[in-house]
Design a protein around this ligand. Structure first.
Ligand SMILES: Cc1cc2nc3c(=O)[nH]c(=O)nc-3n(C[C@H](O)[C@H](O)[C@H](O)COP(=O)(O)O)c2cc1C
Length: 367
């Protein structure tokens, strides 16, 4: 067909678009904003909120603003290698997915969408005890995976939960230690948040041997002390202790069998007014003294946040809410884009900081 319009015909050759497809979604903050427009008030409160005055929630972000990068120049950054080794596995980047509960409340595919997005990028997920999808179904997606353990009150249920995770090929157990009871999240109280009818917590139900409807009656967390960490380490998988802020607790964790530490304040959802994750990191890194990897989560939204965390000694960083925002905006594709945006930002930041490898991310890079 001859061109009739008289307008120039665009070239057919494929090219990298100069601009991303959706200008509303070019960073993780955009995902948060658009997700907030789409989620119902109850789920939005649950996913976004923190405890009480949300001091910690805000400070997790603010802590990154208190650091400054002092970049190096005249170094060959033509290729940047973001890969790291964590527990003997080569990761494409030092970013993993921290556990968040009830992902089907953000998107019908929930944890499966997250697992697929991460698996196709070789990125490690942490599956929550309180996931809204059976841990075995998530395992069937096939990507690298860790399982987050809440210490169920009933010893039989507690053991059954861990045994199922081990049998489903989870590579590490993440013991969350900052939830001796559930923090007071006032956004949830104000909107009267309740878990929607029909949303299940199958890992708990199966472990406790109750019907999905009876899950609410399962006692979730029991008293837990250091010997219980030894019990968990006895299953033979590396145990990462998540929710450490005090350097002395990091030392105790190692004494009692931890293979990794995750510096975290549960995204500001538990005790309010705690130290920000990034601020807690250096003392924990010091106390651990290279014996085991130290991970961090809380407030990571930018490539430069990842860079700063690693410069201060983290082996890798986890993201929590950004995954939820990706899910709420566009399911698996949304999570994938969130992961890609953060990875690309880190790659860019490392190049511009004159740090082409992870080994170049040292404290000297910060003011
Ligand atoms: C909605 C939501 C649910 C969470 N559920 C869990 C959970 O089930 N187990 C757990 O160990 N941590 C849980 N966390 C804490 C995260 O693993 C992580 O510590 C925190 O979200 C990191 O901060 P960020 O959201 O600023 O990235 C949850 C966090 C959020 C926001």
């Amino acid at each position: 067909m001859p061109e009739q319009s008289g307008l120039p015909v665009p070239p057919r050759a494929s090219f990298e678009p100069a601009l991303p497809a959706d200008l509303n979604l070019i960073n993780l903050h955009d995902y948060e904003r658009v997700a907030a427009e789409r989620l119902a008030p109850g789920p939005l409160a649950y996913f976004s909120g923190g405890a009480e005055d949300e001091v910690t929630l805000r400070d997790n972000r603010a802590a990154f603003g208190r650091q400054a990068i002092v970049p190096r120049v005249m170094r060959d950054v033509s290729s940047v290698d973001m890969s790291v080794e964590v527990f003997g596995r080569r990761w494409p980047s030092p970013i993993f997915i921290a556990p968040t509960a009830l992902q089907r409340m953000a998107h019908p595919d929930g944890e499966l969408a997250t697992a697929r997005a991460a698996a196709s990028r070789g990125m490690t997920i942490t599956v929550s005890t309180s996931a809204s999808t059976d841990l075995a179904d998530i395992a069937a997606v096939g990507g690298p995976r860790w399982f987050q353990v809440y210490f169920l009150a009933d010893p039989g249920a507690r053991r059954a939960l861990v045994e199922r995770a081990v049998a489903s090929g989870y590579e590490a157990l993440v013991l969350t230690v900052d939830l001796a009871r559930i923090g007071r999240r006032e956004r949830d109280l104000r909107v009267g948040f309740q878990i929607p009818e029909g949303l299940q917590i199958p890992n708990v139900a199966i472990a406790a041997g109750v019907t999905p409807e009876e899950v609410a009656s399962v006692e979730f967390v029991d008293r837990m002390t250091w010997p219980d960490l030894e019990w968990l380490a006895g299953f033979g998988l590396p145990v990462i202790v998540k929710g450490i802020l005090h350097p002395d607790d990091a030392k105790l964790a190692i004494e009692h069998g931890a293979a990794g530490i995750e510096v975290s304040n549960h995204g500001g959802r538990q005790l309010d007014a705690t130290i920000a994750s990034l601020d807690a990191l250096p003392a924990v890194v010091d106390a651990v003294a290279g014996r085991i990897p130290v991970l961090l989560d809380g407030g990571v939204r930018r490539g430069v946040d990842v860079l700063m965390s690693l410069a201060l000694g983290a082996a890798a960083v986890g993201i929590g809410r950004p995954v939820i925002w990706g899910l709420a905006v566009d399911g698996q594709a949304g999570v994938g884009n969130v992961l890609d945006l953060l990875r690309r930002e880190l790659e860019n930041a490392m190049a511009l900081a004159g740090a082409p490898t992870i080994a170049d991310l040292t404290p000297e890079l910060l003011a």
